[in-house]
Design a protein around this ligand. Structure first.
Ligand SMILES: [Zn+2]
Ligand SMILES: [Zn+2]
Ligand SMILES: [Zn+2]
Length: 342
């Protein structure tokens, strides 16, 4: 809400005039947070702020990226887009009489969904119109930005920034698709110079391509592990297979770089293989995947009294799930694939 304040210095109070339509926002006992007006709100009229339009979704520099099939797949695929679209309200067709049917459906427009009422879905089906091209592309772009925003758990009021989108692209393994102009902005390089006049060939100096620089950075943050799945392991066909312990030093080394899971905030230098819970009896260690980040001191406390440690900090299983959630979420372990593949 954007309001002008009227200072009554003699009385020591400040008055606000939200108007009767907004008064109910002030009827509760909850306190309000007051903040100065940000620069970009200056042109807006007083009153309730409009829902944030994500300006990146309309940025023409990004359209090829946002509409790329690999980016769509990385954001969850068309079915997820369709589901998101149907959470919205109203027929998206605004170019005719005002009649709309009250039931909504999605029109599959060249593989991209558009939310239309039954009436317009019926009328526009099989048609190809510039207005539909715009709507379909806009839906994809807005949804990809939505997915990137919610990936970082930013609220609706958060304006997703270009660096945030670029970082999402890295995590989603689609940073190689970022357009040159965008890659330049994120590396703080000047815009690509346009050649002017005649130049001798000897004058032309080839800069390193911004995209190549980003790709080189991304290679440095490649996952610690990639996974291959064997759906028919030989031992799976044995009645009593001998179980071998999975060890992976790369993984336990990564665990050591994480903060201690007890919440003490210290770096975990001493990976702990979980014990009890049917795992890790005397003299046997469970697989390296069942490892928690702990400091030496916290680790000792856990082994001294498992029950007391769990009573205080929570079950090891909870911390394991939490650790694995992060591991897969940030791509420490990811499915074996070549870069560029889906
Ligand atoms: Zn309609
Ligand atoms: Zn600790
Ligand atoms: Zn341990």
């Amino acid at each position: 809400m954007l309001l002008t304040s009227y200072l009554q210095r003699d009385l020591g109070v400040v008055l606000l005039r939200p108007g009767s339509g907004l008064l109910h926002y002030f009827s509760g006992r909850a306190r309000l947070l007051i903040a100065p007006e940000p620069e970009e709100y200056k042109p807006l009229p007083s009153g309730l702020l409009p829902a944030v339009n994500q300006h990146l979704s309309a940025d023409p520099r990004l359209s090829s990226f946002l509409l790329h099939e690999r980016v769509i797949a990385a954001a969850g695929g068309i079915s997820s887009l369709r589901e998101w679209l149907m959470r919205g309200r109203g027929c998206q067709w605004a170019h005719g009489d005002d009649y709309h049917h009250d039931q909504m459906d999605t029109l599959d427009y060249g593989g991209r969904p558009i939310r239309l009422c039954w009436y317009h879905e019926h009328r526009l089906r099989e048609q190809s119109l510039p207005e539909l091209d715009v709507l379909a592309a806009q839906n994809v772009a807005e949804w990809v930005i939505y997915r990137a925003r919610t990936h970082f758990r930013f609220g609706e009021e958060h304006q997703l920034s270009l660096p945030e989108l670029c970082w999402w692209a890295v995590l989603a393994d689609v940073s190689d698709l970022l357009p040159d102009a965008v890659a330049r902005v994120s590396l703080r390089l000047p815009p690509a110079p346009l050649p002017a006049g005649t130049r001798r060939e000897a004058d032309i100096v080839w800069d390193k391509d911004p995209q190549a620089i980003i790709n080189a950075y991304v290679d440095k943050v490649k996952p610690v592990l990639t996974v291959e799945v064997d759906p028919e392991p030989a031992a799976g066909f044995m009645l009593r297979p001998k179980l071998t312990r999975w060890t992976c030093e790369n993984y336990t080394r990564w665990i050591k770089t994480q903060p201690c899971c007890c919440g003490c905030g210290m770096p975990a230098d001493d990976p702990h293989h979980i014990i009890d819970h049917g795992l890790g009896g005397t003299g046997t260690k469970p697989h390296d995947i069942f490892t928690l980040p702990l400091t030496r001191a916290c680790h000792t406390r856990l082994h001294d009294d498992v029950a007391a440690w769990e009573a205080k900090h929570g079950s090891q299983l909870f911390h394991l799930v939490h650790t694995l959630d992060r591991v897969f979420g940030i791509g420490v372990i990811s499915t074996a694939k070549k870069r560029g593949e889906n």
